[in-house]
Design a protein around this ligand. Sequence first.
Ligand code: SF4
Length: 281
Amino acid sequence: MADDLKQELIDYGLSIGLDGIGIAGVDAVTNPPQQKDFDPSDLVSDVKAVIALMKAFPEGVLELDEEDTYTFLTGFGPAYLTLERELNYIGNKIVQLLISKGYDAKLIEVNHPFNRKEQVGGAQLHQPYHKAVATQAGLGEEGIENLFLTPEFGPRVLLASIATNAPLEVDGPKLVNKVAIEGDRAGLEACPTSAISEDNYPPYNFNRNRCLWGIMGGVKSAGVDEPPYDWTNAEDAMDKIDEYRSKYVKFDELLEWDKAIGWFPKCVACSNMCTVGKEEE
Ligand code: SF4
């Protein structure tokens, strides 16, 4: 019965556009290092499993020329937002299927607003709680760049999750130590803001403020890779956004895109350059 339901969910999810789906155990994803306050029982009181959902970017979207800001904004921005909406839509369809069978289920959207102060590590394309779930659901593993790496697509995916009280057999972290390529530092070395360190391991080797200079548009608008001192040393660089918007017209203009079409990361250099999941030339 539980196996039938799991297979039905997998078949349904893949038929409506998912590129990967797996089941994580509740204990393994409760208060994980990446999101210390994540507890799926806050969402579904008698939670029995957390479902990881994955959708891949169309080929080439992350390889757009980052130096050409207009091409990047008009090409990558809408593609990211379309994929985010598609994955959230698919997640809601799966939630509806579970509810129609008498179970409780709650979607944790691609960019669910968890408490940033409880997060450790990077949130470039993949939010910390989704990385923890997708790892424990056997879809891939977290790489040195703090990106979630899958064998098929590398980091070029978005993730969402569903907490449910449906009894589903757990897949487990079956791809840990099997996806990242030994010695591959291409994604790490591509980072313009030096947000990632080789001296520790994920999620503890990541400087979020430095990455925020990239993903919030500092590199593209200021034309400077190194974040300003007060930005890097702020308790949370997000608190500096308004100050920098009023200081720099280009920064303000760039963030107007978020108001017009929705938020998307303004830097994907690490995901673009990571060689995992790329065909050999
Ligand atoms: S390459 Fe860009 S997105 Fe990746 S860690 Fe560095 S600043 Fe963040």
